[in-house]
Design a protein around this ligand. Structure first.
Ligand code: PLP
Length: 371
């Protein structure tokens, strides 16, 4: 049986009657730039994220770049982050004029280690970018007070974790709620995916929200008057219409992903080779990815491919060892937990529309390989 890693065609079929009229309304109106759907989506995402402000932008990458630009980094200023993430996290730090400082991860959750962050804070540190990887949040109860103590910005890269939450000091907190700013991606493969690129920033900070609104529009608050040099990074109105139509399904889709994850984890429990992902008991995980650790990972991948089972390696090379960051001088072996993860992980299909028969085919293919 062929099982794709993700089946966006199946999702589109199930919501076609909601999405197409919303898109047509924008086209009929010919109002493509900053139409009313953008502000409607911003209000709805602010609510989901428990945030005072949500500011749409062109992508999840720009959602990171704009708040990093707002730090006005000087050459040599450092921003601490995880090396086990999509490239954009560190690329945005570089493109904002900062130096990424990579620290190791917690092996059980793949998220940044707060102890490693603390150890890396120095006189040039200006901020921390914590990534909520694969759909579960990093240890915000440690990172928030640490950032406050050292006067650092704390950016939550929640590109993979819209709607994820974590119990922090006894209260449920949404991804993006507690940091200086939270950043979202609506890349099509995310739990809430657009039909192209789109992103959003959420924050409780009124002044920062104003600055981010300016930065996404060439740095001006009034047309043709520019306080600073910004970007053209608006969220496309057609994408906002798609996302608004899809948003009412997000909670159900994430719950379906979590049900599939539970089924996989039950099937793999106690297996001598297959190590299922651990959900931190403080987290509600939205499973943008279901990522196992295995021995002989590349051979398993070839086996799955031969059987028609979709899969992917997120991520095959830790960012501290990427050629573009060679000048930073990290040696192989310097961040052992992240490096081990790059050799052991493989992500399996966990999309909401996955049928029981499809999921059984995935489980059988994995277990056959190690039998
Ligand atoms: C952790 C992380 N950060 C940033 C991004 C960048 O988002 P985008 O692709 O929308 O630019 C992504 C996703 O692609 C991501 O997974």
């Amino acid at each position: 049986m062929n099982v794709p890693l993700l089946d966006l065609v199946a999702q589109f079929r199930s919501i076609k009657d909601e999405v197409l009229p919303a898109v047509m309304a924008v086209i009929e109106r010919q109002g493509f730039i900053m139409g009313p759907e953008v502000a409607q989506l911003e209000a709805a995402v602010a609510q989901v994220s428990n945030a005072r402000h949500a500011i749409g932008c062109a992508s999840g990458t720009d959602a990171l770049l704009l708040p990093l630009k707002a730090l006005d980094l000087k050459p040599g200023d450092e921003v601490i982050t995880t090396p086990f993430t999509f490239f954009a996290t560190a690329g945005a730090i570089h493109n904002a004029g900062g130096t990424p400082v990579f620290v190791d991860i917690e092996p059980s959750t793949f998220n940044i280690s707060p102890a490693a962050v603390e150890a890396a804070i120095g006189p040039r540190t200006r901020g921390i970018v914590a990534v909520h990887l694969f759909g579960q949040m990093a240890a915000m109860e440690a990172l928030v007070p640490m950032a406050a103590r050292h006067g650092l910005a704390l950016i939550e890269d929640a590109a993979q974790s819209i709607g994820a939450r974590r119990k922090v000091d006894g209260t449920w907190r949404m991804a993006g709620e507690l940091g200086s700013v939270g950043t979202l991606s609506f890349f099509p493969s995310k739990n809430l995916g657009a039909y192209g690129d789109a992103g959003m920033m959420v924050t409780q900070d009124d002044a920062l929200a104003d600055r981010l609104r300016r930065l996404r529009l060439h740095g001006g608050s009034k047309q043709y008057f520019h306080d600073e040099v910004g970007f053209n990074s608006r969220l496309d109105t057609l994408q906002a219409a798609v996302l608004l139509a899809k948003l009412s399904h997000l909670a159900d889709w994430s719950a379906a992903r979590a049900r599939h994850a539970t089924r996989y984890t039950e099937a793999f429990a106690g297996h001598p080779a297959v190590c299922p992902p651990r959900t931190d008991p403080a987290n509600v995980h939205i499973f943008n990815q279901y990522t196992i650790r295995v021995p002989r990972r590349d051979e398993l991948q070839a086996h799955l491919k031969a059987k028609g089972i979709g899969n992917s390696i997120y991520y095959p090379l830790s960012l501290h060892l990427q050629p573009c960051f060679a000048h930073l001088g990290y040696a192989g072996g310097s961040l052992p937990m992240a490096e081990a993860a790059t050799e052991q992980v493989i992500s399996l299909p966990v999309y909401p529309e996955l049928t029981e028969a499809q999921q059984q085919a995935v489980i059988d293919a994995v277990l056959d390989f190690y039998a």
